[in-house]
Write a protein that binds this ligand. Structure first.
Ligand SMILES: O=P(O)(O)O[C@H]1O[C@H](CO)[C@@H](O)[C@H]1O
Ligand SMILES: O=c1cc[nH]c(=O)[nH]1
Length: 234
């Protein structure tokens, strides 16, 4: 048991999928996992363990933003021995040629957060994905016929901001999309020497203003979830 996760020792798998939304964790457990058991309800931040094609896997909600997500990620690693962590989230596109419903493999995550900066004052510590997970996710998605986008994303501390033009300017520097957790996940992956990756579905477009419907989000989420589940399959 850790402070924010009430699972007993051994109840969480070495591979954990990490949606921001705890209800997405429930949906994944009910839709994709066999014999799923809920191990966490502290603060309603649901977590489940079950099997996918015979492979033990957990799915844990993380909340929104790095301060929340990093609590769950650190407790999963230090308290429960998680070794492969894949965020499965939504994001907003900040480049014209990234389209709504695209699935992004976040090769790296830029950030405007001080969380990481404060750990290494004076350094720009790059937040990068684990290459093994990245390659497996890319190969799996490609075999499934998905046209995955691979590249840099922005992990922002703010969802609502008066400075959205900065997001768009980052887009012009090749950053594909904005979300709020990947950099924190990659930082902790490096700190604790575990494998970390973020997969993101584009739910809205910050340049064009387009949005996906709830139904469309579900379908594209399913593609992303299957890629994540196949990536951690032994
Ligand atoms: O869909 P999730 O995983 O929550 O991710 C994105 O959605 C939330 C904002 O609506 C932030 O957490 C952002 O990173
Ligand atoms: O625009 C968006 C969409 C999802 N998540 C974000 O952080 N921003």
């Amino acid at each position: 048991m850790s402070l924010h996760i009430e699972a007993k020792a051994g109840e969480i798998a070495e591979s954990v999928l990490l949606p921001g939304d705890p209800l997405r964790a429930k949906y994944i457990a009910e839709t994709f996992l066999e014999n799923a058991k809920c191990y966490n309800n502290v603060r309603g931040m649901l977590g489940f363990t079950g099997t996918y094609k015979g492979n033990r896997v957990s799915v844990q909600g993380t909340g929104m933003g790095m301060p929340s997500a990093m609590i769950y990620i650190q407790e999963l690693i230090e308290g429960y021995g998680a070794k492969n962590l894949i965020r499965i989230g939504t994001c907003g596109a900040i480049q014209e040629d990234v389209k709504i419903r695209d699935v992004i493999v976040a090769q790296a995550a830029a950030t405007n957060s001080n969380i990481i900066r404060n750990s290494f004052p004076g350094y720009d510590f790059p937040q990068i994905a684990n290459f093994d997970l990245l390659k497996k996710a890319y190969d799996t998605g490609t075999e499934k016929g998905l046209k995955l986008r691979v590249g840099n994303v922005l992990s922002s501390d703010l969802f609502y901001t008066d400075r959205q033009d900065e997001f768009v300017r980052l887009g012009k520097h090749g950053v594909l999309a904005v979300e709020m957790e990947a950099a924190g996940l990659y930082y902790l992956g490096a700190k604790f020497n575990v494998k970390a990756l973020a997969l993101l579905t584009v739910s809205d477009h910050i340049v064009t203003g387009e949005q996906t419907s709830a139904q469309e989000r579900q379908t594209t989420f399913n593609d992303m979830i299957e890629v994540a589940l196949e990536t951690v399959r032994g």
